[in-house]
Write a protein that binds this ligand. Structure first.
Ligand code: PMP
Ligand code: GLN
Length: 378
């Protein structure tokens, strides 16, 4: 058969997690917590299932959950979103991103993607007939060169995808970035797809710059979020898209034929759990402590950390250890030293040789300690 994605192999997350399992390595590769989620929320799913909430949820999401999302967004960003028209619950951020792209990107439409980029953006654009236009982030601070963005805009530019806090680098956009983005978007009438799944995982008293906080920008934006990150439950695959009614309407047109609707008892449980004061308010502190613990534990090793201001990822440079490519290095670390990570070059369209590996610190201290002991010995 003619492949629609002939150059795409199995996702690096599956590859590295499988390798970790096969070789008994500590898995700091794929991003997911290795600690338990709050039992209360599990009991809530159970409760809603036992109460008989086991049939299709409404297509845009359970009303109770959309109400909670709107309320938490107001509390967080002082922005009013209409639960009827602006909130769509999706099967994780991955489906949210795909539905957004399917809704707006057609044959030959160009979408600007910053490399290194999360791995689903490029194939999602191409599966919908679009053309990803890759722009490398500046190295080594992974900032965006907005003049380069301006130079890449054509009549076919449909959207720009941003991601803050950023996977895999842990960088965050500044207010000045959103101001530049807003100018470009308004001038050229372009959409912004804003991947904000790590909105709560932001450190050192930095403020998350959400597109939702700038009304003119928000008018052109689709912001994508994930409960997987916020509630430590990546396996539940539940997230949401926030966009003005005229954009959400189109997202729902696609979403209803991609999954129709999302797991009912999980949505109801999340809605009730989100009533609990505070859980999400402490996530930044919680993960900052993990980042700091990991950094402290690898002190004295030959790996060099780059700054991580957000997300649950820490980049380490191994340039003082080996001149191997990062894919080979990650494989050797997993098979020989028993610590799995993600090679960063796979997130680039163009070939790169930055000698960087990504480590996920959403792990128990004991896991991080064991991994760091190994890393110090290399
Ligand atoms: N975007 C980014 C930047 C991510 O890191 C992830 C998951 N790790 C996703 C989207 C997908 O989120 P979900 O698991 O909710 O589909
Ligand atoms: N987003 C997670 C990561 O960056 C993994 C998601 C996935 O496995 N598809 O590691």
């Amino acid at each position: 058969v003619q492949s629609r994605l002939p150059d795409v192999g199995t996702s690096i997350f599956s590859v590295m997690s499988k390798m970790a399992l096969e070789h008994g390595a500590i898995n700091l590769s794929q991003g997911f917590p290795d600690f338990s989620i709050d039992e209360k929320i599990i009991q809530l799913v159970n409760k809603y299932m036992l109460q008989g909430n086991n049939q299709y949820a409404p297509m845009p999401g359970s009303p109770s959950l959309r109400e909670r999302i709107a309320s938490v967004i107001f509390k967080t960003y002082k922005v009013k979103v209409d639960l009827e028209t602006d909130v769509t619950v999706t099967a994780g951020a991955t489906e949210g991103l795909f539905s957004v792209i399917a809704a707006f990107v057609g044959s030959g439409d160009e979408v600007i993607v910053f490399d290194t980029a999360y791995d689903s953006y490029d194939p999602s654009i191409r599966l919908n007939g679009g053309v990803p236009v890759h722009i490398d982030l500046n190295y080594p601070d992974f900032s965006i060169d907005w003049d380069r963005v301006r130079n890449k805009i054509t009549k076919r530019t449909r959207a720009i995808i941003i991601n803050t806090p950023h996977n895999p680098t842990g960088t965050v956009l500044k207010e000045a970035d959103l101001i530049e983005l807003e100018k470009i978007v308004l001038e050229h009438n372009i959409l912004v797809i804003s991947d904000e799944v790590y909105e709560r995982l932001i450190y050192d008293n930095t403020k998350h710059q959400s597109v939702l906080t700038r009304p003119a920008l928000a008018g052109h934006s689709l912001a994508v979020f994930s409960f997987g990150k916020t509630f430590h439950a990546t396996g539940w695959k539940c997230g949401y898209v926030i966009a003005p009614a005229y954009l959400s309407k189109e997202v729902r047109r696609a979403h209803q034929f991609i999954v129709f609707s999302v797991n009912t008892p999980v949505q109801m449980a999340l809605a009730e759990y989100m009533n609990e004061e505070g859980h999400y308010l402490h996530l930044g502190k919680f993960y900052q402590e993990k980042r700091d613990f990991f950094l402290q534990q690898i002190k004295g090793s030959s790996f060099e950390p780059l700054p991580s201001y957000g997300s649950y990822f820490q980049l380490l440079s191994y340039k003082n250890i080996s001149q191997k490519g990062d894919v080979e290095m990650a494989e050797e670390l997993t098979k020989k030293f028993k610590v799995a990570s993600i090679p960063v070059s796979v997130f680039y369209k163009n070939e790169t040789d930055n000698k960087l590996l990504r480590f996920c610190f959403a792990k128990k201290e004991s896991t991080l300690e064991k991994a760091a002991t190994i890393l110090r010995s290399i």
